[in-house]
Design a protein around this ligand. Structure first.
Ligand code: FEO
Length: 412
């Protein structure tokens, strides 16, 4: 029998770790695994909040029994219907047939479509409340964080927010479950990779959700993935990280992402990086698109304000890896970047022209002229590359100076 883990009085963790799957959504690598979090509130009425991926339903049901014994589940709260959280609902219903499934109108539509469930579904409205005894649940509809039915559940008495995917991260819970039991540092990069790849397209809905929750006192955040946030500093950090990322704000730094077949475009990238470093830029990340996974490149592009993309011309188009990357950035509505670009060709250039078309569609500030190299590097191309790097560095350095002046002003 599992030993129940009590987060706080009458609130238990019954989630699981996935160290088997290689790809989340069959797309995103999971080098550190992922957890699917689920919770039980054991009150006069019992409530289970979200379920887990169906592959782990046996472990999940045993954990539920370790908390409830033979008691029934009165309510299943469905904050999010993506199958990593809803996958066990149908099986759960066979074990707990009297359980009411609580969600909004969109949840009900998906319950019917995915699992054929139409009975015992309780449809709630935004801000509606449900009393379990000592715990009062209040539901906040937060559409598109990450699907249209997504909502959050808040326990008024204990100031606990069950936030669905929001404030979640890749990475299993290796022993510790609460932030106070583990070292949170290993999760920050994975939180940005999770946000930028999974939720990154939905900056405006995330902003709307943060505004809706602005006046709500939060002492514990129970996300569907990763640690439970209980420490004030960590709660502040995850909320401000979501605020910053959803506004497409970024730190001082430069990502140079390039494709290169035989190393010529790569050498141009090296010249740009070396010159940017000479000009004082410390956070420089170079990604060869044929080697780095797109999820890592996208993560770093969400982190840093400067972006330079380079591509050879390939079949009169962008290099395929670069094409994938720019498409992914367009799909995520990335904004608010300083952008430079460069490319190479052998007999007819198309890459630079297409990178210009990409930048015209985005709300980027274009830095300097692009560098378009025919065949291989020479002194002239090197000089153009250095000018691009210098202009980018000047922009990044001056923006930080402006921010310092603002900070000084606010202190007086
Ligand atoms: Fe963790 Fe959007 O599912």
């Amino acid at each position: 029998m599992y030993k129940p883990f009590e987060i706080k009085e009458n609130l238990f963790y019954v989630g699981v770790n996935d160290r088997i799957k290689h790809l989340f959504e069959n797309l995103w690598p999971l080098p550190k695994g992922v957890s699917y979090n689920s919770y039980i509130i054991h009150d006069e009425k019992t409530a289970l909040i979200d379920t887990v991926d169906i592959c782990y339903s046996d472990v999940f049901f045993n954990k539920i029994r370790s908390v409830l014994g033979d008691k029934p589940i009165d309510y299943l709260i469905v904050n999010h219907m993506e199958p990593d959280h809803s996958g066990s609902i149908e099986l759960l219903k066979t074990r707990y047939p009297g359980m009411k499934i609580v969600g909004n109108a969109r949840t009900a539509d998906m319950l019917k479509g995915y699992y054929g469930i139409t009975d015992n579904v309780m449809v709630i409205e935004d801000k509606e409340e449900l009393c379990l005894g000592k715990n009062t649940l209040q539901f906040y509809l937060t559409p598109m964080v990450h699907w249209p039915e997504t909502m959050m559940t808040y326990v008024k008495e204990s100031k606990t927010l069950f936030s669905a995917d929001a404030f979640g991260t890749f990475g299993t819970l290796d022993g510790g479950i609460l932030d106070s039991q583990l070292c949170p540092d290993k999760y920050w990069d994975e939180m940005v990779r999770y946000y930028s790849n999974i939720v990154g397209k939905f900056g405006s809905p995330v902003q709307a959700a943060l505004k809706k929750l602005a006046g709500v006192g939060i002492e514990t955040i129970c996300s569907t993935h990763g640690p439970i946030w209980t420490e004030t500093d960590n709660i502040g950090k995850v909320v401000s990280l979501y605020d910053k990322l959803s506004k497409y704000e970024a730190d001082k730094g430069l990502v140079i992402a390039y494709g290169s077949m035989y190393g010529n475009v790569e050498q141009l990238a090296e010249v740009i990086a070396a010159e940017a470093a000479q000009c004082g830029i410390r956070n420089i990340v170079m990604h060869n698109v044929s080697k780095s996974h797109n999820s890592e490149i996208i993560r770093d592009i969400f982190k840093y304000k400067g972006l330079i993309i380079g591509s050879p011309t390939y079949n009169n188009k962008l290099y395929p890896g670069v094409e994938n990357l720019v498409h992914a950035l367009q799909n995520r509505n990335l904004k608010n970047r300083f952008f430079g670009y460069f490319g190479g060709f052998t007999w007819a250039g198309a890459a630079v022209k297409q990178l210009k078309e990409f930048s015209d569609k985005m709300e980027f500030e274009i830095i300097n002229e692009p560098v378009e190299m025919k065949q291989s590097l020479n002194n002239d191309y090197m000089e153009q590359a250095r000018r691009l790097a210098q202009a980018m560095a000047e922009k990044l350095n001056s923006e930080v100076e402006v921010m310092s002046v603002r900070a000084d002003t606010s202190c007086h």
